[in-house]
Design a protein around this ligand. Structure first.
Ligand code: GUN
Ligand code: FE
Length: 497
């Protein structure tokens, strides 16, 4: 059936009659045939040394297509119960009024188990095959989160929040040593999970999670930096430059004279920047995920690019907490890796589709504010196109997680982390005009040439491109019919466990 997969920031492949083979043993994609004519199936299988008795054939219907699963590069699993509450706040008030009281409840492992069990099911059914999760500061509760994800079979990074200052008495770690001990404990727990069936790689990975610079003492950041340098495979996630007041406070807490002399600072007098703080503690590298990056200074963009760290763009949250519009086009032109994040519950939706829609709107706001895009740039101050939005939601996210060799597109050798999407009226989402209705009304083409009668004339490729755009802008979880991770069906509207 139909298959869509990103190839670059500006292009994707739309294949109306593709055949994609997944190994039962490994869950990896074996091969993809671009265009299999009706009646040629046996011959194509034979060419790959297969007979139809030895394979399960899944045929997609009109209005359905296969695409890579979404990658949510920033989500607080423990904040899902707060979705849609406290929408009047800005960042720092929202943390103390709304966020910390809910996160504190995850001290109770029973509460954590009940909450995470429904939360993870939801993110899977919305089509996120990989998520970068923040738990809470509790190692026990965050172990429960990792267990739940492991049992569902989602791919994920899971970290407990490190926070030993500027947090309320009832929700703070007593010392940097306690924070590090709890961090080591959760890492060891996650690393004890067996790899996915037929592969040597784990689906759930640990990630260092200093909540943000404000909530960490220098001693804690320094110990986390040491832990990171002792293990280059350990990913790191944190927040950066989300709100002006946060940036001001961060610079007050970490004057340049207080910082260890890291690479960037050596031999220079250097004003502190937010990115400079993380860099001084060795926390910026190719597997670091920086959420928000709304108010970055020029020099910070250079540091992030030089360290090959990635940015998680969280536009729903950035609008909702009135943080600002990140200049994603500028970051792309500068060669910074970018993916999308829901940032639940700063963002009020666990769906990457909502993040796609708001990423489009945020880019339009940036474009409207700018007098004109600078010459010799591709993305700066321009709206993000459909291919770019698709890329950010999939392959861009994979790059940010440093997993681009394994996930993010439907290519041979990669894991089969994929969605079957339906833009049919029977999917039950009235916001999306069904492809089956299009055909009934004659507004859908059938491979005709431009200028054909009756409004027909779109090629099959253009039809499929149209379905993708409708899904991205009007779709929701009802259109996500099947969700696969590492070849295994784990969710979606048609899934029955
Ligand atoms: N900065 C520090 N903690 C948080 C959080 O939980 N959400 C958001 N959006 N920003 C933060
Ligand atoms: Fe966040």
């Amino acid at each position: 059936g139909g298959l869509i997969t990103p190839t670059s920031l500006t292009a994707y492949r739309a294949l109306p009659r593709a055949l994609l083979a997944v190994s039962r043993e490994t869950g990896n994609i074996e091969w993809v045939e671009d265009d299999v004519p009706v009646g040629e199936l046996q011959n194509v299988l034979a060419r790959h040394g297969l007979v139809s008795e030895g394979v399960d054939i899944v045929e997609l219907k009109l209005g359905e297509f296969l695409m890579p699963g979404f990658i949510d590069t920033h989500i607080h699993a423990s904040q899902v119960p707060n979705i849609g509450s406290g929408q009047q706040h800005e960042l720092l008030d929202w943390l103390s009024e709304v966020t910390f009281p809910m996160e504190a409840r995850f001290a109770d492992p029973g509460f954590a188990k009940r909450a995470y069990t429904t939360i993870i099911k939801r993110t899977i059914d919305y089509g996120s095959t990989t998520c970068c999760y923040y738990g809470t500061l509790h190692s026990q509760g965050t172990k429960v989160l990792a267990d739940v994800i492991h049992n569902y079979g989602q791919r994920a990074f899971v970290g407990k929040c490190d926070m030993d200052r500027n947090s309320p008495d009832y929700y703070i770690e007593p010392s940097p040593q306690a924070s590090i001990a709890a961090t080591r404990d959760i890492i060891a727990h996650i690393r004890s999970f067996p790899p996915a069936q037929g592969t040597t790689e784990p689906l759930v990975r640990p990630i260092l999670t200093p909540r943000f610079a404000i909530s960490c003492t220098s001693e804690l950041l320094s110990e986390l930096g040491k832990l990171a340098s002792s293990d280059p495979s350990l990913a790191i996630q944190t927040h950066i430059s989300e709100k002006e007041s946060e940036v001001v406070f961060t610079k007050q807490l970490f004057p340049a004279s207080s910082l260890p002399l890291g690479e960037t600072l050596k031999g220079k007098t250097h004003d502190t920047t937010y990115a400079g703080v993380y860099d001084a503690f060795g926390l910026l590298r190719q597997n670091t995920i920086l959420a928000h990056a709304v108010h970055l200074e020029e020099a910070e963009v250079d540091i992030i690019k030089a360290r090959r760290a990635g940015v998680s763009h969280c536009p729903t949250s950035n609008f909702n907490l009135r943080s600002g519009c990140a200049r994603i086009g500028m970051l792309l032109d500068r060669g910074v890796k970018v993916g999308l994040g829901t940032d639940v519950s700063g963002g009020f939706s666990p769906s990457i589709l909502t993040a796609v829609q708001h990423a489009s709107m945020a880019s339009k706001v940036v474009a409207m504010r700018a007098s004109s895009p600078p010459p010799h740039t591709h993305f700066t101050d321009r709206q993000l196109s459909v291919p770019t939005l698709l890329y950010l939601a999939t392959l861009g996210g994979a790059e940010v997680c440093d997993l681009q060799s394994r996930i993010g597109s439907l290519a041979p050798g990669k894991a089969f982390d994929a969605l079957v999407v339906s833009i049919r009226s029977d999917a039950g989402n009235p916001a999306v005009w069904g492809a089956d209705l299009d055909e009934e009304l004659g507004v859908r083409g059938s491979g005709g040439e431009p200028g054909d009668e009756g409004g027909r004339g779109k090629t099959d490729v253009e039809e499929l491109e149209g379905l993708l755009e409708r899904f991205l802008f009007c779709g929701d979880d009802r259109n996500v019919r099947r969700v696969y991770v590492q070849g295994k069906l784990i969710g979606g509207k048609e899934f029955r466990s």
